[in-house]
Design a protein around this ligand. Sequence first.
Ligand code: NAD
Ligand code: AHE
Ligand code: ZN
Length: 369
Amino acid sequence: MDVRAAVAFEAGKPLSIETVHLEGPKAGEVLIELKATGLCHTDEFTRSGADPEGLFPAIFGHEGAGIVVDVGAGVTSVKKGDHVIPLYTPECRGCKSCLSRKTNLCTAIRATQGKGLMPDGTSRFRLGKQMIHHYMGCSTFANYTVLPEIAVAKIREDAPFDKVCYIGCGVTTGVGAVVYTAKVEAGAKVVVFGLGGIGLNVVQAARMVGADMIVGVDLNPARKEIAEKFGMTHFVNPKEVEGDLVPYLVNLTGGGADYSFECIGNVKTMRQALECCHRGWGESIIIGVAGAGQEISTRPFQLVTGRVWKGSAFGGARGRTDVPKIVDWYMDGKIQVDPLITHTLKLEEINHGFDLMHEGKSIRSVVKY
Ligand code: NAD
Ligand code: AHE
Ligand code: ZN
């Protein structure tokens, strides 16, 4: 079938709206009509050329929601008409990682996903004779896409697509990092670096679990107001701090954070996030994705003296199990999503969405199909 898609032909270039051919679902795969997709900073990271795994031409997008319109042979877990969220972290429930119960990083299809291909080693997208790569196994910057059934979460039918698409990455990443990765407890002191589409979800989850102090660190002063509405108790703009940021944060938190979260993707702030943690037990969770060639560093003494450095992908959430629960949390009013969706765009306006991201004017832009 012909589908409308925003195609990335080259790193650093705007996306181009094209009519692309999409082949139907093969065995174990489903065809999804996307109703909406969010624009995550990770899409921009790959578009810019900073992603060492980046492939071109490709159809980006990994934060979608839609309806199953066809299923391939042998598909049993979803059917036509089901409402779903595509999962860039699938959950096969049979691989070593899924069975370990120690990680959400299912390995069933990671190798082909990283090559921009479906599990059989081919792409379903082409433009004329040119093969177009899938992206993060999702390619939600198209009005239809194909995914393996292990990479879709079935969700309730009363959830609005143009809001819950954000649960496909940003909401789950931020909320999950607090609830599943760090397991922040009531009374904790939390520092959040970066108050964007991810960091604000860390803030609201820290409030949800009962953190006492939630410090937000951002260079953009406009983030203060929205972060306070989401539960931030103290705002720190590094540009306004005299001297080093780390001792300032250690002092502010009365000895250091119990938990810190890096939601920027900057290796310097990753170090600051670790070093502002409390001696003996503070845990720092890296969520931000850093560009090719970047490395983190600290004095090993920081770890010897009990600080813990961890990472979190997709918030540690097991997609098929946890995403429907997070949709319920939203529908039940436990977490807020709507105020974070600052812009709704047409597919043709998608490049404007990336401009808004760069200008710090949007928190989340959503494309509605
Ligand atoms: P965003 O652009 O919405 O937010 C980033 C925020 O950081 C902005 O508010 C910006 O003002 C602030 N910032 C930038 N540089 C700063 C600095 N030096 N000090 C303080 N604040 C600074 O981005 P996002 O969508 O929230 O994504 C954040 C990061 O998380 C990106 O690196 C993205 O790729 C990554 N990410 C990771 C996962 C995962 O599973 N680990 C999932 C989604 C996104
Ligand atoms: N391709 C990048 C890695 C990017 C990365 O870490 N992605 C996160 C999700 S970001 C969503 O917005 C992730 O899930 N990582 C686990 C994985 O298996 O990719 C690089 O640096 O190579
Ligand atoms: Zn994302």
